[in-house]
Design a protein around this ligand. Structure first.
Ligand SMILES: [Fe+2]
Length: 544
């Protein structure tokens, strides 16, 4: 989704060789168990100022583990801790005073991975909360709080999670995250656009706060843009409070990209080798997210040589919350076919008339790729949890007020959407689909056939508004017209920024839309825009 038009300088640089990256990440993972990098005799960088300015985070929880993350960077996103590796001690305890330490060790922060640290823990007690911190030189990080998953066969009565997406730095402050950090949550599901790759706006008065740097294209550019976002105290607070799980959308690489094909942001964007750009963007994403190195390893379908095609990261995954819920996160970008019939033969997305676009009828066109579609079908048809929850990046159903469609979302991939819906129908659980991307709250139903009003409800759908990113220019009248044209949705609002909270129990789901009063104010208040309930065994959404 194009946000605005901007200009700025750029530069390119090579990414790590894929084999080097794999070697480094595997070594980093091994070092979490206290094993030093073989032949390690590096000069330890002298740390003279706090290297924990980007905070700490945790994520990818399992029944007996979690990933702890930090990245060493002295104050200032253009700074560096140097070109030497740094040893970082870590501790995880069952109390916030660290009197009952359950595991501790040392990891190596290497310059090749931007001095990021990923501690991949196992052997922890299931369904339990922990506290963690890092030490480097004389400095100690903030204390994070995280948790493990319940055992797969555990009878669990409760899961409370938030969903969020689209946090454009220049469009507002992260007050939503300050409030989210105060919620009682088990985890946060982030659904794409953690960064935006645009340069800062040159339009007077356009930015709430300035975006540092130009077009984001090189590894150094992506690292700096992530560092800019990670420097925010409110975002850090939300990472400190809970484990996060992730998928990405387009802006972690480039506006509207699809698979191996570049997108289009603006005529001012300098051209560059897209394959290399995607590879460095993916590397920077790995460096800044609390995710496992297995996303990069061939054995787990991660870092794969695809002949001449670029580096692959296997990020689609599921987390099992006992017998209560199976949480799936889809990757909607990496395996996606290019958009169809974008006007003027341009790259990226467009608004098109589906009647004049023959390619839309091609059953082979895919949003997820065959391997991911098969994986999703298997997850949905085999797993017998009360709830099946699919997190992905955008709206599932048609939502336009006219017959024209945006060709970037599921509307532009009708055959793939039919397969997605068929997979959802194959599950006997209660299904919930959660999305982002459109910078507006949408609530409603996934239908077996959207062209028939009385068609069977397959799943409930909650698409979240943005944390900060500006909405489209659609007025309330236009949003109402969209609702009238698409009765599978019962609620739509694009005026408010915020996040959603889903509370799952064996009996039902309650979803609350939390929105900030004014995203341009640091100390903005929060309130509830609307709440909805879904009874287990049914997928009918009711406003409460
Ligand atoms: Fe976005």
């Amino acid at each position: 989704m194009t946000i605005n038009k901007m200009t700025g300088p750029t530069k390119t640089e090579p990414s790590l060789d894929r084999r080097d990256l794999l070697k480094l990440t595997v070594t980093t993972a091994a070092s979490t168990a206290g094993v030093w990098w073989p032949g390690a005799s590096w000069a330890q960088a002298k740390i003279s100022s706090n290297p924990f300015t980007l905070g700490v985070a945790s994520g990818s929880p399992t029944v007996d583990g979690v990933v702890l993350w930090t990245r060493l960077l002295p104050s200032g996103i253009f700074s560096s801790i140097g070109n030497e590796s740094v040893s970082v001690r870590w501790e995880i305890a069952s109390d916030d005073k660290f009197q009952r330490i359950v595991q501790q060790g040392t990891s190596v922060a290497t310059p090749q991975l931007g001095h990021s640290v990923h501690v991949e823990l196992s052997g922890l007690t299931s369904d339990s909360w922990f506290f963690y911190r890092f030490h480097a030189g004389e400095f100690t990080s903030a204390i994070g709080r995280t948790r493990t998953l319940p055992a797969a066969d555990a009878k669990v009565n409760h899961l409370r999670m938030a969903y969020a997406s689209c946090q454009h730095w220049g469009h507002g402050f992260y007050g939503a995250y300050r409030h989210m950090a105060q919620e009682q949550l088990d985890l946060v599901m982030f659904l794409g656009d953690y960064i935006y790759e645009y340069p800062g706006s040159t339009k007077a008065g356009d930015a709430v706060r300035s975006v540092t740097g130009g077009w984001v294209q090189s590894l150094a550019d992506y690292r700096q843009r992530y560092a800019l976002h990670k420097s925010d105290a409110d975002l850090q607070a939300a990472h400190l409070a809970f484990p996060w799980v992730f998928t990405w959308d387009d802006h972690e690489v480039q506006n509207d990209y699809a698979g191996d094909f570049a997108g289009y942001a603006s005529h001012a964007e300098p051209s560059t080798d897209f394959s290399k750009r995607r590879a460095v963007a993916y590397q920077a994403w790995y460096e800044h997210m609390p995710v496992r190195s297995s996303v990069l390893t061939k054995a787990l379908a991660g870092l794969v040589e695809r002949s001449s095609k670029p580096t692959e990261l296997r990020i689609y995954q599921n987390l099992r919350w006992g017998q209560l819920a199976n949480l799936m996160l889809l990757d909607p970008r990496q395996y996606k076919d290019p958009t169809a019939c974008t006007p003027d033969g341009r790259l990226g997305s467009g608004v098109i008339d589906p009647k004049t676009c023959e390619s839309l009828k091609d059953p082979a066109r895919t949003m997820l790729g065959k391997a991911q579609e098969d994986w999703l079908h298997q997850q949905l048809s085999v797993t017998a949890t009360t709830w099946q929850v699919v997190g992905q990046a955008t709206l599932i159903g048609p939502y336009g007020a006219s017959t024209r469609i945006s060709n970037d979302g599921w509307d532009g991939y009708p055959a793939a959407r039919e397969r997605l819906i068929a997979s959802l129908e194959s599950s006997s659980s209660s299904k919930v689909v959660i999305g982002g991307d459109v910078h507006a709250n949408w609530v409603g139903h996934v239908k077996a056939d959207y062209s028939k009003v009385k068609s069977k409800i397959v799943a409930s759908e909650f698409c979240g508004t943005s944390i900060t990113s500006r909405p489209s220019a659609a007025t309330r009248t236009v949003m109402d017209a969209r609702l009238a044209k698409n009765p599978h949705y019962i609620f739509a609002d694009n005026e408010k920024r915020g996040y959603g909270v889903c509370e799952f129990t064996p009996a039902g789901l309650k979803t609350t839309l939390r929105v900030v009063e004014d995203v341009t104010k640091v100390d903005t208040a929060i309130s509830t825009l609307a709440s909805f309930s879904v009874q287990a065994g049914k997928s009918v959404v009711e406003r409460v």
